[in-house]
Ligand binder design. Structure first.
Ligand code: ADP
Ligand code: ZN
Length: 215
């Protein structure tokens, strides 16, 4: 059973690795950040609320985020496992998830904790560009598209995420250290955490993760 949480600071590569893991195991990729960005794009009330926190680098309130994940986890496609990316981020969220995941008979089986030094995180985030259309990630130096400003996959325009600037990143890192990092201890008590090296080549990292997830 693959009921996975992918953890790590902003810029660790959760989104990129999540996509690779979920396409290999054919399980849904549940990213609260993506869900909020989708709501912002569609100008829904949830989007408006989420944007007021995200644009400052702050966490969206627990009750909103938990409600969203509860709804998503109750869908049929989570019956054979799931991967959470960016959730839980607080102790209250983690406790809610423990309950929710047991209710659907899919308790968390592994927490993969992506480790990346802080100077690399800052460089990755400040140089990150994403496709406006399909969301594919790029970097101005480390992962350039074939044509500047244009997505290799779909031809969409490459833009900078609104919260990918030095000022907002500072708050995001603070939130991470204060609220999210302590969750490693919470899951360590359950004996489900494995650290992986987020600076590794993506293919090698995927091999490491497959070895961890093999049961
Ligand atoms: P990153 O991990 O690079 O910061 P995400 O896309 O996961 O990017 O999250 C972007 C923003 O969305 C966060 O800074 C926060 O404002 C909001 N967000 C995402 N997930 C959560 C969550 N579980 N709880 C509260 N806020 C969240
Ligand atoms: Zn694209």
């Amino acid at each position: 059973m693959k009921n996975i949480i992918l953890m790590g600071p902003p810029g660790a590569g959760k989104g990129t690795n999540a996509k690779r893991i979920t396409s290999f195991y054919k399980i849904p990729h549940i990213s609260t950040g993506d869900m909020f960005r989708e709501a912002i794009k569609n100008k829904t009330p949830l989007g408006e609320l989420a944007n007021s926190y995200m644009s400052k680098g702050l966490l969206v309130p627990d009750e909103v985020t938990i409600g969203l994940v509860k709804e998503r986890l109750s869908k049929d496609d989570c019956k054979d496992g799931y991967l959470l990316d960016g959730f839980p981020r607080t102790l209250v969220q983690a406790e809610a998830l423990t309950k929710l995941s047991e209710e659907i008979n899919r308790p968390i089986t592994s927490v993969i904790n992506i480790i990346v030094p802080e100077d690399i995180l800052i460089d990755r985030i400040c140089g990150r560009r994403v496709c406006k259309v399909c969301g594919a990630p790029y970097h101005v130096r480390n992962l350039k598209p074939k044509v500047e400003g244009v997505c290799d996959l779909c031809g969409g325009e490459l833009v900078q995420r609104k919260d990918d600037n030095e000022e907002t990143l500072k708050s995001r890192l603070e939130e991470y250290h204060k609220q999210t990092e302590p969750l490693i201890a919470y899951y360590n008590k359950l004996g489900v955490v494995t650290d992986v090296d987020g600076t590794k080549d993506l293919d090698l990292l995927l091999e490491d993760i497959k070895t961890i997830l093999k049961d």
